[in-house]
Design a protein around this ligand. Structure first.
Ligand code: NAD
Length: 487
């Protein structure tokens, strides 16, 4: 059995407590993980604070920070196969996806490596003749980063990359589900040559998470996870008024007009909801399709959904692997049963696959006669698509926006003017037109409403890890005039 270690202040340790990690493909224990105690969390935050003020890190030029991030990116690229293998083993995410995604994670670090010495202050044209005023952008402090189990290397890269580029230090809490790739990432990070304590990697569940996010020495909490946990995070961070960025779930609409290239839209919908076994925050889980093409679209989609290769996650031929946990599989069963009882029609799937492990097949529910079905409104992390139809553009907009979430959206149409009207009308942080599930370090990512606030990716994400200091310098040699008048 493999034993993984936590990484605190540049040292690796087993931690006082450990917990078992299950292989989602078999449901059996395959590794032991360190469970961070309150003492470990404190030690990690202390190490991050010490590093933040240390001459080795605080005194390092931004260009040198960038070079370390480039080195880290190269190490990730070199070790991508091993990281992918571990993510697949511990979370059940298919190897086809983890290999491609982790190789691309290196690009996120490269992007922020290049940005490190482009985070600039400003000089202000101040309205006083004897003053020079400029703005310094300084790192915000110790960052607590908390990630969920799906795509942890990716979701942590969009936090660690910009935070380190800005000069912050980080304590990252990996999810208690499938933390192996993050703990292995710590080993790779250690080789890059950063000063000790700049990054600390721990794992554990809600208790470790709460201790970390309410720690008085944490300046910012960068969180990805569910809306309910986000409420805890906000309450935790309120203790010391730390700022937060929240990347939460979605119930993203995938809108298809009758003039769309149907074959292309079907493929994008398959990718939008069945890739990553539907365990993706941007999953296009609500198909909003024009009535005139609904039957043809669904027939083709059903055919493709039923042809998907379900299998072991470490097999390159597999397209849909197991869900990450038994609990997720049970939630799927429950959600589908409730939705069917509420009037949704099951088109395909709906029952766990009859094999060991947490497998669940691509599932399509027609909710045209059940507009309040739970599957249409509740965020769920799995390969479950709910379908509704519309007649007019106005109706499509109303359905798309009828959600408390607002993360992603997809729009399929050949009509350029309609596309522009829809882009404006859809309330979401991302609109993909005639494509879906495309990401890049250059493009910001984030949502509205229950999908959270703040953006990850892009230049702004690095600026969000800084605070502005306004500097006033008086250039006159004359004595300061009337001390009782504000200047
Ligand atoms: P979750 O909210 O249950 O857990 C996320 C993380 O929070 C875990 O590390 C967990 O240990 C920690 N945590 C739990 N309780 C805590 C507490 N009280 N204080 C501090 N930390 C605590 O989420 P999950 O079930 O692991 O992941 C699925 C969720 O993540 C879905 O809602 C999904 O949509 C969302 N997600 C969002 C994005 C995005 O970028 N928007 C990406 C991936 C996943």
């Amino acid at each position: 059995m493999q034993q993984f270690q936590q990484y605190i202040g540049g040292a690796f340790s087993d931690g006082a407590e450990q917990f078992d990690s299950l292989d989602p493909a078999t449901g059996k224990v395959w590794a032991r993980m360190p469970e961070a105690s309150a003492k470990d969390v404190n030690a990690a935050v202390e190490a991050a604070e010490q590093a933040f003020f240390s001459p080795e890190w605080a005194g390092m030029t931004a260009t040198a920070r960038g070079k370390l991030l480039y080195r880290l990116a190269d190490l990730i690229a070199e070790n991508a196969p091993r990281l992918a293998e571990l993510e697949t083993r511990d979370t059940g995410k298919i190897i086809r996806e983890t290999s491609a995604q982790i190789a691309y994670v290196a690009e996120y670090y490269r992007y922020y490596a290049g940005l490190a010495d482009k985070i600039e202050g400003a000089h202000l044209p101040i309205d006083k003749p004897d003053m020079e005023v400029w703005l310094r952008r300084e790192p915000i402090g110790v960052v607590a980063a908390v990630v969920p189990w799906n795509s942890q290397l990716f979701l942590s890269a969009v936090k660690i990359g910009p935070a380190l580029a800005a000069g912050c230090t980080v304590v990252l809490k990996a999810s208690e589900e499938g933390p192996a790739p993050m703990l292995e990432f710590a080993r790779i990070f250690d080789l890059a040559g950063f000063p000790k304590g700049v990054l600390n990697v721990i794992t554990g569940g809600p208790v470790a998470g709460a201790t970390l996010t309410s720690h008085p020495k944490v300046a910012h909490v960068a969180f990805t996870g569910g809306p309910e946990t986000a409420r805890h995070i906000v309450r935790n961070s309120a203790k010391n008024l730390a700022s937060t960025s929240l990347e939460l779930g979605g119930k993203s609409p995938f809108i298809v007009f009758e003039d769309a290239d149907i074959e292309s839209a079907v493929n994008a919908q398959v990718s939008g909801i069945f890739a990553a076994t539907g365990q993706s925050c941007v999953a296009g889980s609500r198909l909003v399709v024009q009535s005139s093409v609904k039957d043809a679209f669904l027939a083709r989609l059903k055919e493709k959904a039923e042809a998907v290769v379900i299998g072991a996650p470490d097999d390159m031929a597999t397209e849909v692997g197991p869900l990450c946990t038994r609990r997720q599989r049970d939630i799927a069963v429950d959600l589908i049963d409730r939705s069917v009882a509420q009037g949704a029609k099951l088109i395909t799937g709906g029952k766990p696959v009859d094999r060991e492990g947490f497998y669940f097949p691509p599932t399509i529910l027609d909710c045209s006669e059940a507009p309040n079905a739970d599957s249409l409104t509740n965020e769920f992390f799995g390969p479950v698509l709910s379908v509704v139809s519309f007649e007019t553009e106005e109706e499509a907009i109303a359905i798309a926006n009828n959600t408390k979430f607002g993360l992603a959206s997809g729009l399929f149409t050949q009509n350029l003017t309609r596309a522009h009207r829809m882009i404006k009308a859809i309330r979401a942080g991302i609109v993909w037109v005639n494509t879906y599930r495309a990401v890049s370090p250059i493009a910001p990512f984030g949502g509205h409403g229950l999908s959270g606030h703040g953006r990850e990716g892009g230049i702004q994400a690095a600026l969000d890890y800084t605070k502005i200091k306004a500097v006033w310098l008086r250039t006159s040699d004359d004595p300061i005039p009337d001390p009782f008048v504000m200047r």
